[in-house]
Design a protein around this ligand. Structure first.
Ligand code: GLU
Length: 467
């Protein structure tokens, strides 16, 4: 059975780049009928953030990529004894050793290396020492794995192909720290083995750790999983992705009014493509179509404009669906708009709103009304007199309407044009400005439906008074 895992460290709200890893792990597993598991890598206590695990779970659930072990996922901090046992197994078999070098000694070495223009590394002082554990005080030693000299280690990566590493450039890595906590390298290998992970899919930044992991698999005599390292994500300026590019945490996007289906669609395209022109995908389509061979080697570019256009489209699609449901009036509740009217929903459904927040802000502004200069009411080919005739007649025609719907309002305004020998601009323009207070806005008919009859008549009345 194919099994992947998402192994975040709870260091805050999971970032969109990190969550993309979860999505690809999820898609790979689902596309092959496999399992997708969660594991919390919380051995770095300094970077631990309270509530971080809850935010990880919330992000995954919100996006609909819930791990199969959601009620019962492992925390590395609860498994310290397991790692310790494995670290000492390697000491016994000669692949690792106890190191008692003090911080001061290591710092002096590094200083010396820096003077010689060499990269900092462990000089191997304790490699051949024999320590009796009973003589050592708890907290005064670490365990290091032995790096073989001059060996080539080849990572056969499912995305990058074969990548070669030279062990003479690698340090004797610490696998168990002096506080008894494992380092990432040891914990990840032990856990991926215990969890039966068949495919490790993770960000590019972990590729350089993989030769160390492969050695550990070899030392333990365990079969290694397959590896796939995802391309890095850059901003449109080709610099490392950051807040500057509009990137934020997955839940940050939720608060801004992005739909989970838009984030999923967008994230899938950050590195993966279907090898044709299609750009719109639902999660279930992706579950069927995802292929690791179609993940690019080259960096992915994070383009907020693209996310916005995907989100705008998904909002339109969603409105079409919810129009037939009973709770449509609650659509923008979380963004502070109560009792959304059908006409207001239609306005948003026309599109053009990148986020639900933008849509809600527009509705709030529309409801509040905007002040405008009286001259704005007069269309450029019109004059005050004709504008007034248009507005006054529009008011009385609309007042007589029994049904307050698009066609009825449209016809009423057209009748005002023909019955008074006016042009469309003498009627539609001032009514539109009267309702929106804006130079540019949706049509007067759509606005009138959205505002309702009473408010529409009030605003037209207000415009007549202004002139
Ligand atoms: N804990 C690592 C992270 O935060 C996981 C790396 C891996 O997937 O092996 O990204």
């Amino acid at each position: 059975m194919i099994r992947t895992r998402y192994a975040p460290s709870p260091t805050g709200d999971p970032h969109i780049g990190n969550i993309r890893t979860a999505l690809f792990e999820y898609l790979f597993a689902r596309s092959q009928g496999g399992e997708f598991l969660l594991r919390i890598e919380d051995t770095d206590r300094e970077r631990f953030v309270e509530g971080g695990v809850e935010r990880i779970v919330e992000s995954l659930k919100w996006l609909g990529i819930t791990p199969d072990n959601i009620g019962n996922f492992p925390y590395q901090s609860e498994r310290l004894e397991v790692y310790k046992k494995h670290a000492f197994d390697l000491v016994r078999s000669g692949y690792a050793y106890i190191c008692t070098c003090s911080k001061e000694k290591l710092a002096a070495d590094h200083e010396h290396q820096a003077k010689e223009g060499k990269p900092p590394r462990y000089e191997g002082h304790c490699r051949t020492s024999e320590f009796n554990l009973k003589d050592l005080k708890e907290g005064c030693y670490v365990i290091r794995m032995k790096m073989p000299e001059n060996r080539k280690i080849i990572v056969s990566d499912l995305i990058k192909g074969k990548v070669e590493f030279d062990t003479s450039l690698l340090d004797d890595q610490i696998i168990l720290k002096s506080d008894g906590f494992p380092t990432y390298h040891l914990a990840v290998v032990v856990d991926d083995t215990e969890m039966g992970i068949t495919h490790v899919i993770r960000g590019d930044e972990w590729l350089s750790s993989t030769p160390k992991h492969l050695l550990l698999y070899e030392y333990f005599g365990w079969e290694s999983p397959q590896f796939a390292h995802l391309p890095v994500i850059l901003g449109p300026d080709k610099k490392k992705l950051s807040k500057r590019h509009g990137a934020t945490s997955a839940l940050g996007y939720k608060d801004l009014g992005y739909l989970p289906e838009a984030i999923i669609n967008f994230m899938a395209l950050l590195g993966w493509n279907p090898k044709d022109e299609r750009e719109e995908f639902t999660l279930s389509e992706l579950e069927k179509e995802f292929k690791i061979e179609n993940v690019n080697k080259a960096p992915a570019v994070f383009d907020i404009e693209k996310l916005n256009s995907i989100n705008a489209q998904k909002i339109k699609d969603q409105i079409l669906k919810i129009k037939t449901t009973d709770n449509k009036s609650k659509y923008l509740d979380t963004f502070g708009v109560d009792g959304l009217r059908e006409g207001e929903l239609d306005l948003i459904g026309r599109g053009g709103y990148n986020t639900l927040k933008e849509a809600a802000d527009y509705i709030k502004k529309l409801r509040a009304g905007s002040d405008y200069a009286p001259e704005m009411l007069i269309f450029r080919k019109s004059d005050k007199e004709r504008t007034l005739t248009g507005l006054q007649n529009a008011r009385s025609k609309m007042q007589q309407l029994n049904k307050w719907e698009n066609d009825e309002i449209q016809n009423a305004l057209l009748q005002v044009v023909t019955e008074n020998q006016l042009s469309n601009g003498d009627v539609f323009w001032p009514v539109r400005v009267a309702l929106s207070g804006e130079e540019k806005s949706p049509s007067p008919v759509e606005l009138a439906v959205a505002l309702g009859k009473e408010e529409t008549l009030k605003r037209v009345e207000g415009a007549i008074d202004k002139l």
